[in-house]
Ligand binder design. Structure first.
Ligand code: SF4
Length: 349
């Protein structure tokens, strides 16, 4: 049956013989590179993250290169990855390390934790990989592996669950090789004990409680149900003199610091006719003549707490519009600016 001693031993054994992993950040010792790879991998699949990581590190090989780069260039390389606050935090932390710490990456768990956007998981990963410090990682993958192997039914998203799993993860950590242990459990959760687990080939299956009781898919248990809010975004892609009106999203909302076309937001779906009759639409065009050239298909994107729906309406005008915050921008310049995936998908279509 499941035991802490066997878990760690079997996991490390699996890691030793599993050579089928070629990710560039494996066994990396540079805290900067570990930091970037971990932040990219939050909410991103490894296959997708790998490409971004390689491009990012090639353009920004050190903390300083990020700190001195124009922000839109950093965001451009992040474009499509989503969760743009992660990118904003990287820029802020890079500036802090460069200016306040003389370019030296912090070396203790507590100091790493002080960096913007770094939580206990990333701090543990950096501290254990780069400095061999005994901190156990705990994220969605680890929760899943532990809850299944030990058959734990305590919800992972309440305080009791968090405390329980934190202690268990700490107990299981190989204190002599914390980096290797952490890497192993992360990889194991990502490649074997996946949401749809590969139990038949899993080297830990003879002691796994979930497998022995056929309850792999019921674990881990979550208490809260995510309720997604629906938003309807109608983008007016207005062309004047071969240029388009775009602006940077500054407000505290999704896609902060990314660019967009003229936005009309609604709480429910609208017909184009209804939009044209709305006050907001008329305040944009006032008495200017405009022509709707075409309308796009409906686009949908799922974010963690929101469902984004919307359409793009191509419009031409003969006279310029008086719009606060929007700039007339040529298409070749638009291609260099960072846009949310919702818009780049449309642009690619
Ligand atoms: S047997 Fe299945 S559920 Fe258990 S640890 Fe292995 S992959 Fe996960």
């Amino acid at each position: 049956m499941a035991s802490k001693k066997f878990f760690t031993k079997e996991l490390l054994q699996w890691n030793k013989y599993d050579n089928d992993r070629v990710m560039p950040w494996k066994y990396e010792k540079d805290p900067f590179k570990i930091w970037i790879s971990e932040i990219i991998l939050q909410q991103t699949r490894v296959s997708q993250g790998l490409e971004y990581y390689n491009r990012f590190i090639k353009r920004f090989p050190t903390v300083k290169t990020i700190a001195i780069a124009p922000e839109h260039e950093v965001f451009k390389l992040w474009e499509g990855l989503g969760y743009y606050t992660r990118c904003k935090n990287i820029i802020e932390s890079a500036k802090y390390i460069s200016e306040e710490l003389n370019g030296n990456f912090p070396k203790t768990y507590e100091d790493i934790l002080k960096l913007k956007g770094i939580g206990s998981y990333t701090a543990s990963a950096i501290a254990s990989f780069a400095y061999k410090l005994p901190y156990a990682v705990l994220d969605g993958n680890v929760f899943r592996v532990l809850s299944r192997y030990f058959g734990i039914k305590i919800p992972i998203d309440n305080l009791q669950g968090k405390m329980f799993y934190t202690k268990l993860a700490k107990d299981l950590l190989d204190k002599k090789n914390p980096g290797i242990y952490n890497q192993s459990i992360m990889d194991f959760g990502a490649t074997i004990c996946k949401p749809l687990p590969l139990c038949e080939i899993c080297p830990l299956n003879s002691r796994c409680v979930a497998y022995l009781h056929d309850m792999q898919l019921e674990l881990p248990v979550k208490e809260k149900i995510i309720v997604r809010k629906s938003r309807w975004l109608y983008y007016l892609v207005v062309k004047y003199n071969n240029k388009f009106y775009v602006r940077k999203r500054e407000e505290k909302d999704i896609w902060q610091n990314l660019y967009e076309f003229i936005l009309l937001e609604a709480a429910k779906p609208n017909t184009i006719k209804k939009l044209q009759a709305s006050e907001k639409f008329n305040s944009i065009f006032k008495s200017n003549e405009y022509k709707i050239e075409s309308t796009s298909q409906l686009y949908t994107q799922q974010l963690t707490h929101q469902t984004i729906n919307g359409q793009f309406i191509n419009i031409t005008v003969k006279a310029s519009l008086e719009l606060h915050n929007y700039q007339l921008t040529a298409m070749d310049k638009i291609k260099q600016l960072p846009f949310p995936k919702f818009i780049t998908t449309y642009l690619k279509d």
